[in-house]
Design a protein around this ligand. Structure first.
Ligand SMILES: NC(=O)c1ccc[n+]([C@@H]2O[C@H](COP(=O)([O-])OP(=O)(O)OC[C@H]3O[C@@H](n4cnc5c(N)ncnc54)[C@H](OP(=O)(O)O)[C@@H]3O)[C@@H](O)[C@H]2O)c1
Length: 333
């Protein structure tokens, strides 16, 4: 098959391109030629800009298009209009952030999404607040233009080697440092994330196998508790580690911020569904997730390539963590 990948050279894109190439398909990339320009030297590269210049797509057709990176409805409207009638399938990478309400566990593909008015097409400013509504509007545009040829993939947190957000790697790295590690109760709280390589493989599969429709796509394959996650990360290091489990309310009262200080920790009734998204539909279509140990080890190794003075975007600094552990232990008596 001939496949056009819009983007393709950042974090997720290469993990979509590689399985397509391994399966013998012909891939063309479309981007500005700025991000990792030496990647994929043997592929056809079309240069343009999603916001202003799609001329290199003119007169061309493909079996399928994979739109990896877009969040602005304006971008998706332009590319969908330009490619309508010139590809059988248009795959759009969306997000579970299209759901405004995480108070219920087990949300499937039909759960309520944000309101996404057409006026969003004129808005070119992306923010934490506009991301969910904008992705929702992008989904609507793709479904409207491609109907039975539309595929929407909604990842949860994407992690693994190359993830610059530090929303996963913090834990294997912190645990590898050893000593007393402050961790959030409850031990049975669930966590979800997807290794970028498993997600890329699934997205490629939607094209190779021709799956249309909408798919929530996060992992792991079966429920994983916070304790299983943390002990799973501990299993990849020989450092002596003791977990210090603190109550979630106490952590919040003492200034520990979910995700910012403790990645993958989403406390409170309002967030109960955030890490319990139903992905059974994608799994029935071939989504599989590698073992936690592999993702944790590879994320840890990848962080070692960073400069020594790298400033983490998440996590507690060592002094604050130590103080908090002392305070928690003092409270326990
Ligand atoms: N990170 C998460 O946890 C998470 C969770 C859920 C969903 N998602 C979604 O997952 C996707 C991740 O995408 P990614 O960034 O890793 O994709 P990617 O395709 O690997 O990298 C971004 C690509 O977009 C191209 N690009 C950027 N600006 C462009 C422009 N103006 N015109 C043309 N091309 C442009 C870049 O190349 P040039 O710079 O050379 O143009 C690059 O090839 C996003 O859709 C995101 O919303 C992420």
């Amino acid at each position: 098959m001939k496949i056009l990948v819009l983007g393709g050279t950042g974090f997720l894109g290469p993990e979509v391109v590689n399985p397509l190439l391994s399966a013998g398909h012909t891939v063309t990339l479309f981007n500005r030629g700025r991000t990792n320009p030496t990647l994929f030297p043997n592929l056809e590269k079309l240069v343009g800009d999603r916001g202003s210049d799609l001329t290199s797509l003119e007169g061309r057709s493909w079996d399928a298009v994979i739109d990896v990176h877009a969040s602005l409805p304006n971008w998706v409207k332009r590319s969908a209009d330009a490619l309508k009638g010139r590809c059988r399938q248009y795959v759009f990478v969306s997000t579970i952030s299209v759901f405004p309400d995480y108070s219920k566990a087990g949300m499937n593909e039909d759960a309520m999404r944000f309101e996404a008015p057409e006026e969003l097409d004129n808005d070119l400013k992306l923010s934490n607040e506009s991301y969910g509504p904008m992705k929702t509007r992008c989904e609507d545009i793709v479904n409207d233009r491609f109907g039975a040829g539309a595929t929407i993939v909604r990842p949860g947190l994407i992690v693994g080697p190359g993830d610059a957000t530090d929303r996963f790697a913090w834990w294997p790295v912190r645990i590898d440092r050893g000593g007393d590690v402050l961790v959030p109760k409850p031990m049975e709280g669930e966590v979800q994330f997807i290794d970028v390589r498993d997600l890329g493989e699934f997205i490629a599969r939607t094209v190779i196998d021709g799956h249309a429709g909408t798919f929530n796509a996060t992992g792991p394959d079966s429920p994983l508790s916070m304790a299983e996650f943390l002990y799973g990360c501990r299993a990849i290091t020989r450092s002596p580690v003791k977990f210090v489990w603190a109550d979630e309310q106490w952590l919040l009262e003492n200034g520990v911020q979910p995700f910012a200080h403790m990645p993958l920790w989403a406390p409170g009734e309002a967030m109960i569904g955030f890490m319990r998204i139903d992905c059974s539909k994608a799994r029935s279509m071939g989504l599989t997730c590698r073992p936690l140990a592999e993702t944790a080890r590879d994320a840890l190794l990848w962080t070692r390539e960073r400069p020594a003075d790298y400033r983490w975007r998440t996590g507690l600094d060592a002094a604050t963590e130590k103080q908090l552990i002392e305070a928690w232990r003092a409270k326990q008596g």
